[in-house]
Design a protein around this ligand. Structure first.
Ligand code: NDP
Length: 281
């Protein structure tokens, strides 16, 4: 049977470490504060925002909550971000995506000062990652690196194949694996002979957004398989981009859905907030 990479346990470990760090910082008079902005009342976004606030409370981070109505204009949102950028007590600013259609997401991402860009989406943060400089890293791929490291899986020299090239998962994932000295291939919807490419992988990251697409035909025997996908199946149960039951018997390690990559995203967001407060002092 493969090693089951337990994201629930590893994220809990990280949150525990952060809780201790925040308590120690408080003794030195340093507090940590995250501003969370949600525009509109998308139910999935409300769940994500709620989970982020819960994690803040657990770790000892103050969260400021801005629940703005759907009809908020771009100017109003940018003005709020401008105000939060200037506040000394705010270390991180998070705008929950997606935004309503009348708001330009790129303009909003660019408006957050890079020092408070705890989501790691600002072009400066992405550029810094690209050229190996300090900056915040997109939370989901950063969480995957933690999953691998804390599960004792070596990345250096390994063939790493990523399915998906999105700005928030696929591309930063590739850069992070490269930073860890993996040999990296990115695949996407125009890749020819996808299965042949993915079968080269020692570490396969599926961020394709298609439920259970990755069956054992895509996986080399003994590979490590990381499933980023989150979907609800026909029975309203959560499943990933990987067909877990089919793939698990042929791989050496695998992340389940739920309980794999998912919990890591919030843990890394908390990590970035604490880092932001520590750096400012
Ligand atoms: P996107 O839809 O932005 O990107 C999907 C990528 O997969 C694209 O690059 C696309 O290629 C590629 N792709 C689509 N179909 C195929 C195919 N048949 N063969 C090869 N490549 C294909 O998704 P995200 O990166 O935002 O998210 C991916 C998954 O991860 C989703 O299920 C999402 O819900 C989940 N997710 C989970 C998170 C977590 O915390 N666990 C956080 C973020 C996302 P092309 O570029 O050519 O269109």
């Amino acid at each position: 049977m493969p090693q089951i990479i337990n994201g629930k346990e590893i994220s809990a470990q990280i949150k525990e470490e952060l809780k201790e760090k925040v308590a120690a910082m408080k003794k030195e008079g340093i507090s940590v504060c995250l501003a969370v902005i949600q525009v509109g009342d998308d139910p999935a976004s409300a769940v994500y925002v709620g989970n982020k606030k819960k994690a803040c409370a657990y770790i000892g981070i103050t969260s400021l909550s801005y629940e703005l109505p759907e009809e908020t204009t771009q100017e109003e949102l940018l003005a709020l971000i401008g105000e939060l950028n200037g506040r000394k007590d705010v270390n991180g600013i998070l705008v929950q995506l997606p935004l309503p259609e009348h708001i330009d997401e790129d303009a909003v991402i660019r408006a957050i000062v890079p020092e408070k860009d705890v989501d790691g989406f600002h072009p400066q943060s992405v550029g810094a990652l690209c050229i190996g400089q300090e900056g915040y890293v997109s939370c989901t791929p950063a969480g995957i690196i933690q999953l691998l490291k804390r599960s004792g899986i070596e990345i250096e020299g390994k063939e790493c194949v990523i399915i998906g090239r999105s700005n928030i998962v696929g591309k930063p994932m590739a850069l992070l694996l490269l930073r860890e000295n993996g040999t990296v291939t990115i695949t996407h919807s125009r890749t020819k002979n996808l299965k042949e490419v993915t079968k080269r992988a020692d570490i396969l990251v599926a961020a394709v957004g298609k439920p259970k697409m990755i069956t054992r035909e895509y996986v080399k025997e003994g590979a490590v398989v990381i499933d980023v996908g989150i979907h609800r199946n026909e029975n309203n149960k959560l499943c990933g981009d990987v067909d877990y039951d089919d793939v698990a018997p042929v791989c050496s390690a695998i992340t389940p859905v739920p309980g794999g990559v998912g919990p890591m995203t919030i843990a890394m967001l908390m990590h970035n907030c604490v880092e932001s407060a520590a750096l400012r002092h």
